[in-house]
Design a protein around this ligand. Structure first.
Ligand code: AMP
Length: 554
């Protein structure tokens, strides 16, 4: 059986426990994504699901909300592992555990991530205390199983997340061993970006009469061929706001809509943009009719130039045309992409649709490109040099316009006076310099945005541990350094760049992707420098705490 995805009902209508609905609302989710609308009711019925969904579609909540619903529906005295989620990587284990924790906060559901590289003692203590949900990488889960420290005999709900990646990473045997320790009476959900024959075989082995849920493979009806320039940029999450600002400066849109996934993100981004000096207004489902009308009026009258909106809020918006659509996130469905982009390039006019994609969302983007039959060009975020060149070009146009308009006499007198002592070209250059400075003064904080790796066009499974990343700056092998401090210690990318560049003695351009998780961070550096940097960082404190650096193993 295949379920069609068309519903846009709210979370309440899906039949979820009120506290779970409340958690989704508190996170700023306005409606279920298509994969959620299709999977959640089926999972709540107790059926197995085979879901085809890439990162960015909202698949984590698609399996996590029903899992929590089950825990909420029948609370038991003693804690045992009732839900077991397997994921391919340590990063994903952390992410999924964090998501489950957020969605289940009000239920007091306890969740434990288990992955290699983390202290075994810590995991043992937590397991002994009892947890409801374990999110694990297969290798480490098997370690625990073999030592008798992980009891899977009470598992009611199994999730295989990113199953294709797990197979690619050679976890098939581990999965088998783990499955043997699980009760046969259980519910299983398997999510995979691809449905290869190997995935189908896996499904046959572990799922029972699963319902297939996939994002509709039909392209939404294409409108008139619009002249829209579609470009995507791969950016690490911490640099997204800076990247958007850079694009806004480069593109200088006359009117733009920036789309975000959640209310929370709309509010935060509007504030960030405001602080950077842009005229941005938020539009989301949390506004009263009056507020909404006011925001729209200001946008139409051009008092504000940027509208930051959720998909829901922008639906049915009677704004005829905008020069630019920015996707702050890759939209969670093809439909949403087509609708968003349809806001520009109307009535044969030119438009631009620019998308920021996190490295993990590239596959979703490729899907959209393929299914919606779009050509989305991958580009690097313009550098500071590009921006300066662009500003010079803008100044040049402004000067040419002023010349065309004819120069007012009072300036002429001033120039003639100056010309008695200085060369005319020198005078003009000095005037342009002043004009440029005036422009730059109004500009915001400018940071270098690291180039993220752009994946090859053909979807390919590769993992960092298999393929060293090629970096923008210089090619060659890249190593990851694990730093024992993360967001909860107040660490920001700039702290790490500063420490590594200063103590490690390498140029900040040579530093690659930086991932900051709650309790640790990962930084890519040239492999040849890794040991030296680690040695130097051993004695370095950031925000009063030691960095505890080591090579990342996974
Ligand atoms: P995932 O595909 O599970 O990695 O989710 C991608 C992102 O979408 C995450 O940042 C989620 O917080 C967000 N997300 C998940 N469900 C929704 C929803 N219904 N509305 C808005 N954002 C969502």
């Amino acid at each position: 059986m295949t379920t069609d995805i068309s519903s846009s009902r709210g979370f309440e209508a899906l039949g979820l426990h009120p506290s779970i609905v409340a958690a989704a609302t508190a996170l700023g989710y306005e409606e279920p994504t298509p994969i959620q609308a299709a999977s959640i009711p089926v999972l709540l019925e107790g059926r197995d699901v085979l879901g085809q969904a890439a990162t960015g579609t909202g698949k984590t909540a698609a399996f996590a909300l029903p899992l929590l619903h089950r825990i909420a529906a029948s609370r038991e005295g003693e804690r045992r592992v009732r839900a077991f989620v397997l994921v391919p990587t340590r990063e994903l284990a952390m992410q999924v555990a964090e998501a489950v924790h957020k969605y289940g906060r009000e239920l007091h559901a306890s969740v434990l991530p288990i992955y290699g590289g983390q202290s075994m003692q810590q995991q043992l203590r937590a397991l002994r205390r009892g947890v409801d949900v374990v999110v694990a990488t297969p290798g480490r889960a098997l370690d625990h199983l073999n030592r008798g420290t992980l009891d899977l005999s009470g598992v009611e709900y199994l999730v295989l997340d990113e199953a294709d990646e797990m197979l690619d990473m050679g976890f098939a045997e581990d999965l088998e061993a783990l499955a043997a320790a699980l009760p046969t009476e259980r519910q299983t959900a398997l999510f995979s970006a691809t449905l290869s024959p190997r995935i189908k075989a896996l499904t046959k082995k572990y799922l029972r009469e699963p319902v297939n849920v996939q994002i509709a493979a039909e392209a939404p009806a294409a409108g008139k061929a619009a002249r829209v320039r579609e470009v995507a940029y791969v950016v690490q999450r911490p640099y997204k706001a800076a990247a958007l600002a850079r694009l806004l400066d480069m593109e200088d849109p006359t009117s733009a809509i920036v789309f975000c996934r959640t209310r929370t993100e709309v509010d935060e981004l509007t504030e960030t943009l405001g602080a950077r000096g842009y005229q941005a207004e938020a539009l989301h489902g949390g506004l009263s009719q009056e507020q909404r009308d006011r925001v729209l009026r200001r946008f139409r009258e051009n008092t504000s130039e940027i509208l930051v909106a959720t998909d829901v809020a922008a639906r049915g918006l009677d704004i005829e045309h905008v020069s630019h659509v920015f996707n702050y996130d890759v939209p969670s469905s093809i439909d949403a992409y087509v609708h968003r982009v349809g806001r520009t390039g109307r009535a044969g006019r030119e438009g631009a649709a620019l998308t920021l994609a996190e490295p993990r969302e590239q596959r979703l983007l490729q899907n959209i490109e393929r299914v919606a039959k779009r050509k989305i060009r991958m580009e690097s975020i313009p550098t500071l040099t590009d921006l300066r060149e662009r500003r010079l070009a803008m100044t040049r146009t402004a000067v040419e316009d002023a010349l065309r308009e004819g120069e007012p006499g009072k300036y002429r007198t001033l120039v003639e006076a100056l010309a008695t002592e200085h060369d005319l070209v020198e005078i003009a250059a000095a005037a342009i310099k002043l004009a440029e400075q005036g422009r730059a003064d109004g500009e915001r904080e400018e940071v270098e945005i690291p180039t993220a790796r752009i994946a090859p066009a053909a979807p390919k499974h590769e993992r960092d541990r298999k393929a060293p990343r090629a970096r923008g700056g210089g090619d060659g092998d890249v190593a990851k350094i694990y730093i024992g401090l993360g967001r909860s210690a107040g660490i920001r990318p700039a702290d790490l760049v500063g420490a590594i560049a200063n103590e490690g003695g390498i140029s900040s351009n040579a530093i690659g992707a930086i991932d900051i998780a709650d309790r640790f961070s990962l930084v890519e550096v040239p492999a040849a420098d890794a040991n030296r940097i680690i040695a130097a960082l051993r004695n370095t404190m950031v925000r009063g705490k030691p960095l505890r650096p080591r090579r990342d193993r996974m």
